[in-house]
Design a protein around this ligand. Sequence first.
Ligand SMILES: [Zn+2]
Length: 194
Amino acid sequence: MFPRMLGFVFITLSACAPAAPAPQTPPVPAPFSVPATPTANPMPANPDPLLARFADLKPDAAGKVHLTDAQWEKRLTTMQYQVTRHAATERAGTGEYEDTEAAGNYHCICCGQLLYGAGNKFHSGCGWPAFMDEANPGAIEYRTDNSHGMERTEIVCTRCGSHLGHAFYGEGLSKTNVRHCVNSASLLFVPKKN
Ligand SMILES: [Zn+2]
């Protein structure tokens, strides 16, 4: 039906290597230092031209951006809209940024908030871009996600509420032992200028 025709999958983003045995230790919960309702970070005064598309967004006093579902749908591609506003998951290995190694920053595709730096990106082999830490403290909210029979930590943009992916802990895949498994469709990469 409709979602399958468009190439979406709505249920993945789970353990990294499907063929590997299940981890024997329970996942470490999200850091307790993360506030329940973090304040979004302000936009930079002189953003890169690639971020000009977000100039019309007017954050409220708390720095949050509020648009209707219809307004988001109009601003985004179908894949970006389904992933960010309805927590769909792009099919593994199909995202634009999985293998990107260039220097620069990754911003929220919906509101432009800085989320990750290229220096924190690593190859997880999982089929989606992976980051070992956020670049911008306060940019990401961590939510418990019990959907699809799994206990996971959903990661969400604090400025606009867009779904990014999930965070996994204790896998031993990165220096921080954290893997933010992020849909490329949730991100806008802004290369570093020379
Ligand atoms: Zn956002």
